[in-house]
Ligand binder design. Sequence first.
Ligand code: 26A
Length: 370
Amino acid sequence: HFKNNIAVHHRRNIHLTRSQQNPLNTMAANKEYRLLCLENPLLDIQAFGDEALLNKYGLKANDAILAEEKHLPLYEDLLNNYDAKLIAGGAAQNTARGAQYMLPSNSVVYLGGVGDDKYAAILRDAVKKAGLRVEYRVDPKEPTGRCGVVITGHNRSMCTELGAANHYDLEHLKSPEVWKLVENAEAYYVGGYHFTVSPPAIMELCKQAAEHNKPFILSLSAPFIPQFFKEPLDASAPYWDYVIGNETEAEAYADSHDLGTKDVKEIAKALANLPKVNEKRKRVAIITQGTEPTIVAVQGEDKVSEYPVQEIAKEEINDTNGAGDAFAGGFCAGILEGKSLEESVKMGQWLAKLSIKELGPSYPFPKQTY
Ligand code: 26A
């Protein structure tokens, strides 16, 4: 408790000195639940697999897809034959846990849909340990969503059956208790995977952000989002203050939008310069590229920045599942703390590195400090 107080005072001082540079620093440093996140809570069923397992289900080594009929036996297969572990997942929930990891207590709240079952209990337990507040829409009939994760080398193949997560709706978002949290929040983070679920809920957060000049942060999430959910994605684009993706997502975006380039820097620039509703904030596009430098483009600026990634010794790598989510979590923490773009990227890279050393999208406890 004592330590927390010191942290709050310390941050107040930082806020005073930097307030002219960054409008976010006008935010109250001791306010609760300043970051609100939305997406699909999932339980990861994760195992180290092999080529044969990928082939059996027609999975690519590094991909994220929605499960079809033919994929459904994968989950039992992983549990029975590959010693799979159950780990809290759901991309933006991982990001929310990550941001909370780096922020003062009670800074982050997360929304999504779960079932009324054992898997939801595991998720609640994990987020409680992480100090993340969740407001789940509980579906009485549908099971909690599952994501089969097959790790081969440094690749991860994810196959998701959304279940109850697919039933998140505007009604839950607009319910008085939840809406109060929306209005209270000072920044929003939405995982692009949610475009498969409730674009209206996403748009509602977009509009809140623009109307009150709060930052709206979007993750592209996976190549299939810009490929197959282009329409709802594009409807939200004018509201993005920060857009985060990796190189394959950037390329998929460029492809589906006929940008005519595969150059990650050019794609970042194009994303940064899309039309924008809230003209008080310049859009920032952030593209991660694994161990290659992180690319940052700012609306209206010619120069694209590159921030190198610190390599991890091979023997320290557990798996890369959740590395991108962790990056986004650290980056969001930086933005909320009013840090510079460069510092926020470094915070993201730092948290991604911690996550890569853990099993699945997890962070080490006892907590390490940045
Ligand atoms: C709609 N889909 C396909 C998904 C996901 C997802 N999270 C939300 N929606 N597919 C995979 N994930 C999550 O991504 C994390 C790693 O980045 C997995 O649950 C995993 O924890």
